[in-house]
Structures are given as structure tokens and as C-alpha cells.
Write a protein that binds this ligand. Structure first.
Ligand code: G3P
Ligand code: MG
Length: 239
């Protein structure tokens, strides 16, 4: 089972920061999950919310600021401002990922804001850094997922979902050339797991932070777990 640090090792370090990604790597994670948005000047930035407030304490949206402004904004609000870390650009992350063995699960954050051209820009950056073989895409906005797949068919892609809009989602994934489903844990049951297994669709499940659920995923032998607490998960796996 692949262990992905959700927004990096966010259980202990400020989410979606270079520190959280470095700590996930040091811990021995197989990968990290991160979220990308576009700045005011159309640059890819790594942050979870459209609004800056929760993680930085600053007013406004990611899209209200330029890349260079965002790169100077402290981003450790979720950890009592205890760390001197800022919002990374996706370019900075890619420079790190090039030297790392970790897989990067890139979530295209177009579920609330539609960022024109974000998929193409993300793919161009991945190609520039030669990361095609160690990234996967995912998005709650399936139009973004489908666009990623059509622009870069060689890069694995997953559909994110937190509600079950239709039954037999694994068939939808297959029909759209997807390799993965990324469901909220609560949507899983034996039937879904079996359908995915039968169709060769990998399940990367989020966001699993307790031992009971981790053990259940281990029993189902899913492809990946996305967790804020990769230390706990790696321990359970005996790694
Ligand atoms: O990609 C899994 C998970 O990150 C999806 O939800 O809101 O944490 O981005 P969210
Ligand atoms: Mg995410």
C-alpha cells in the first residue's frame, strides 16, 4: 500500500509547505498529495484553500495576489505560526520532486474556482522537470481530470469524490481512461472495492488519520492511503 502524506506530513508540520514535503520524504513516505491553484499572474501555487485566511491569516484569495507576493506570505497558521515557512510555488516543489523518489499526487483545485488553463500549465511544468513518471493527477472537478488525461495520456489520473453521484463509478473511471478512484473513506464498501479490483482501477483513499480505518484499508489491500499521519500508517505497515 502506497502511503501518501496528505498536503505533506501535515499532522505535524504546516500543510502544503516545503517543510511538510521534506518531512514526509524523511519519514519514508511513498508520496505526497498537494493542491494547486493559480495566482493573479497565472502562476501555479501550492495551497489548499482558495482563501488565504486559514493557513496564513491573511485576507483575500490566492487569485488576488501575484506569485512573488504569495511566496512571501507566511503559511504556518495551522501550526500556531510556529514555523518560518511560506506558500511554495509549484515550480519550487517540482525542483524538490526532481531529486526525490516520492510520487506526487497533484490535486487540481478547480472544484470551487475555474482556473483557465491550469491543467496545461501543470503538465508543462511536470514535463519541464521530467516528472512524468512520478506524478498522478486527481480532481473533484472531473472536467479537469478528463482534460489532464487528454493532454497527457501517459500520466495516471484519478477521479476524486466525496459523494456518490452514480453507482458503478469504477466503470465511469474505465470509460474515461482513468487509472484511479480517490474516494472519501466513508464511501467505500466491499462492493466498491471488488468492482475496482475487477476493473483494474486503483483506489487511493483519503483522509485516513486513525488506526482502525488504516487497518481496514490494509485488509482491503487498496492501492494507496492519503493521510495526515503517515508516521502512524508506516508503523502499522511495519516500515
Ligand atoms: O486528494 C485527497 C484530498 O486532499 C481531497 O480533499 O479537501 O483535502 O483537498 P482535500
Ligand atoms: Mg487535496
Amino acid at each position: 500500500m502506497y502511503v501518501y502524506g496528505h498536503r505533506g506530513f501535515s499532522g505535524k508540520y504546516p500543510e502544503n509547505t516545503m517543510l511538510a514535503f521534506q518531512k514526509a520524504e524523511e519519514l519514508g513516505c511513498d508520496g505526497v498529495e498537494l493542491d494547486v491553484h493559480l495566482s493573479k499572474d497565472g502562476e501555479l501555487m501550492v495551497i489548499h484553500d482558495e482563501k488565504l485566511l486559514r493557513t496564513t491569516g491573511k485576507e483575500g484569495l490566492v487569485s488576488d495576489y501575484t506569485r512573488s507576493e504569495l511566496e512571501r506570505i507566511k503559511a504556518s497558521k495551522t501550526k500556531d505560526d510556529a514555523y518560518d515557512v511560506t506558500i511554495p510555488s509549484f515550480e519550487e516543489y517540482c525542483a524538490f520532486a526532481r531529486k526525490s523518489d516520492m510520487v506526487t499526487n497533484i490535486e487540481i483545485k478547480t472544484n470551487r474556482s475555474w482556473y483557465v488553463g491550469i491543467e496545461k500549465k501543470t503538465i508543462e511544468m511536470i514535463r519541464r522537470f521530467g516528472l512524468e513518471n512520478k506524478v498522478i493527477f486527481s480532481s473533484f472537478n472531473w472536467l479537469s481530470a478528463v482534460r489532464c488525461k487528454s493532454l497527457a495520456p501517459e500520466i495516471p489520473c484519478g477521479l476524486l469524490y466525496e459523494e456518490t453521484p452514480v453507482r458503478h463509478l469504477a466503470y465511469q473511471a474505465v470509460d474515461h481512461g482513468m487509472q484511479f478512484l480517490h474516494p472519501d473513506y466513508v464511501l467505500l464498501n466491499d462492493e466498491v472495492v471488488e468492482e475496482c479490483r475487477k476493473l483494474g482501477i486503483g483506489l487511493n483513499v483519503w483522509t485516513i488519520n486513525d488506526e482502525e480505518r488504516m487497518r481496514k484499508l490494509m485488509a482491503w489491500n487498496v492501492r494507496g492511503v492519503i493521510t495526515n499521519n503517515p508516521d502512524m500508517c508506516l508503523r502499522l505497515l511495519g516500515r
